[in-house]
Ligand binder design. Structure first.
Ligand code: SF4
Ligand code: SF4
Length: 85
């Protein structure tokens, strides 16, 4: 199975939160549950910079849509496709 993973350059990231609020997966979860946390978000700002939230066993994952990459003012996000065994 192939999955999308995002990488955030912590040197470039300012923690502005734009990626978190622009992500459609996060938005759908926020609408459905009313909150974002480690269980349902796919990207969250913690400790001053954005962090991918990923777990192989999750049903909610990054779709690779690229919106966060486009919206990031620092160009700090990259997407990669990972083949899981
Ligand atoms: S949009 Fe870019 S600079 Fe802002 S928190 Fe996300 S990765 Fe960091
Ligand atoms: S690529 Fe799309 S689904 Fe994945 S974290 Fe970025 S905005 Fe969200």
């Amino acid at each position: 199975m192939k999955v999308y993973r995002i990488e955030v350059n912590k040197v470039l990231c300012t923690g502005c939160n734009d990626c978190v609020v622009s992500c459609p997966v996060n938005f759908d979860q926020l609408k459905e549950k009313g909150y974002l946390n480690d269980k349902n978000a796919v990207i969250l700002v913690k400790n001053g910079y954005a962090n991918e939230v990923y777990d192989e066993n999750r049903t909610i994952n990054c779709t690779g849509c690229g919106i966060c990459v486009e919206i990031c003012p620092q160009k700090a996000i990259n997407i990669k496709i990972v083949q899981l065994l």
